[in-house]
Design a protein around this ligand. Structure first.
Ligand code: PMT
Length: 337
């Protein structure tokens, strides 16, 4: 690596040697270790779902940062379907992005306050001091919303009782990369029973700590020019060193649909992982393409389009169904060898 301040390409090794891990990393790793040990003993497959965007801070005392569009819908929705399929889920998401279960009510299109009304409290029920019912009023769920809320609440409570969901937070691209490496290393002993579902929209560029302004960048000097360095592609060490047996699924987002398949193929060639799910920015809720290597096909690849079936609302249901089958086949293959 050349001197920080002049270089533009970090290897993964250089990156982890020169950048700083998040302060809560050790604490998070302990939680992951306990979670993985428990589900390993119980014979459950474990999936790491990454979700949401990463920020790139421009100052060490951060006031300004770059961000991207990802709301975490894909990751949060997929996590629910993995849980339904019997997986233990490590949900590693951007702080304040959507989460499984609460996603149904936390988004601006369905805010939970719209579900509630104030009504008279039941005079027969005991009144707790300090509760709203002290004034003779209580909070109630609108009758029209009860069925939907009950369905989600039942699923949420079942998952809590089973202890099959572990949630971790990241904010910056540094947090994300250090956390991904640490979690992958904890999952490594699971071999083929671990899946990596990398739906987070990770920044490709960052400002190394060594190049960052300590304090808020002052506006007095006129226009601002920032040269960012490239974030090392982490799929490579993930597949080669951290979890060689893990079932790794990456995503490829494009805005030009003609690039989707070529870029997905290129990623498979480069990183040698299991599957790339290609999605177009505007069509991503209706169709995605699964791109895999296929030794039997003429050009060495296989593409399968997955589309939202009529009458369904979430394409992730179809995607996860298919992935669970592919993962089972991958584990089985190992059993035979
Ligand atoms: O959250 P939503 O609003 O629902 O949107 C979901 C989504 C569109 C963000 C999601 O479906 C998706 O496509 N996520 C990946 C976006 C993308 O194309 O990222 P990328 O080109 O930067 O990375 C491609 C793959 O390489 C990713 O799987 C990523 O894990 C991996 N990567 C990225 C950066 C990096 N330094 N190293 C990596 O290995």
């Amino acid at each position: 690596m050349s001197t920080p301040g002049t270089q533009t390409t970090f290897s993964a090794e250089d990156y982890f040697r020169t950048q700083h891990p998040p302060p809560t990393l050790e604490h998070d790793v302990e939680k992951v270790r306990a979670f993985v040990t428990r589900h390993r003993e119980e014979g459950r497959p474990v999936v790491l779902v990454t979700s949401g965007g990463t920020t790139v801070p421009l100052e060490r005392n951060v006031v300004r940062f770059l961000d991207n569009f990802s709301a975490g819908t894909r990751g949060a929705t997929s996590a629910e379907y993995f849980l339904q399929a019997g997986y233990a889920v490590i949900f590693m998401h951007r702080q304040f992005s959507l989460q499984p279960f609460s996603r149904h009510f936390s988004h601006s299109t369905n805010p939970f306050l719209e579900f509630l009304e104030i009504g008279p409290s039941n005079p027969m029920s005991p009144i707790e001091p300090g509760s709203a019912s002290e004034e003779g009023e209580t909070v109630k769920v609108l009758p029209s919303m009860r069925k939907e809320l009950l369905t989600v609440l039942r699923q949420y409570h079942a998952v809590q009782r089973a202890g099959t969901l572990l949630t971790l937070n990241f904010v910056t691209v540094d947090d994300y990369l250090f956390m991904l490496r640490a979690v992958a290393q904890e999952l490594e002993p699971l071999g083929r029973r671990a899946m990596f579902y990398l739906a987070a929209a990770v920044s490709d560029f960052f400002l190394p700590t060594q190049k960052m302004s300590e304090h808020k960048i002052q506006s007095g000097k006129g226009s601002l020019q920032i040269e960012m360095d490239q974030v090392p592609k982490i799929l490579k060490p993930l597949r080669d060193y951290w979890t060689p047996e893990g079932f790794i699924v990456s995503f490829k987002l494009e805005t030009d649909p003609s690039l989707l398949i070529p870029k997905a193929r290129q990623a498979l060639e480069r990183y040698g992982h299991k599957l790339v799910i290609g999605n177009d920015l505007y069509r991503r809720k209706f169709e995605v393409v699964f791109v895999e290597k296929d030794a039997d096909s003429k050009d060495g690849f296989r593409e399968t389009w997955v589309r939202l079936p009529e009458g369904k609302t979430e394409i992730e249901e179809e995607m996860i169904k298919k992935l669970v089958e592919m993962h089972a086949a991958w584990k089985e293959e190992k059993g035979r060898t």
